[in-house]
Design a protein around this ligand. Sequence first.
Ligand code: FES
Ligand code: FES
Length: 153
Amino acid sequence: MAINLDVNGVARRYDGPTERPLLWYLREDLGLTGAKFGCGIALCGACLVLLGDTAAPACRTPMGSLDGAAVTTIEGLAAGDDPVIAAWRDAQVPQCGYCQPGQVIAATALLRTTPRPTPAQTEAAMDRVLCRCGTYQRARQALAALTGGHDNG
Ligand code: FES
Ligand code: FES
């Protein structure tokens, strides 16, 4: 069964195994390596992408579930003048960078659905992404700058 989906604004057709994770389609077939492999079990957030306006772990999203879906990766955000990426840059959030695509995707999904998130909503959204470099506080500062709120990190 052909799967027709949109990736970063480009229409794509996929004819491979339906159980194949989206992460490997993005990285191996399309060369979009911004979404990272971390745990493979939807626990670390390194592989988050947007499905519509929702952050989803590409490692656990089978291709067979994506017919008609709109996928946005960090490359898709970076192709435009993205306010979250700009805020991340201004707050100097990234360290090694491995988790950062996931953090930006999580923040983008949060702000698209909840433009003025409470601290609890922010924590619930951002807790999905593990950062071994400990950039959590600067990420909260970047989010606070985007929402005009206070840094609750
Ligand atoms: S690699 Fe997908 S959540 Fe960890
Ligand atoms: S910046 Fe290194 S893992 Fe988060």
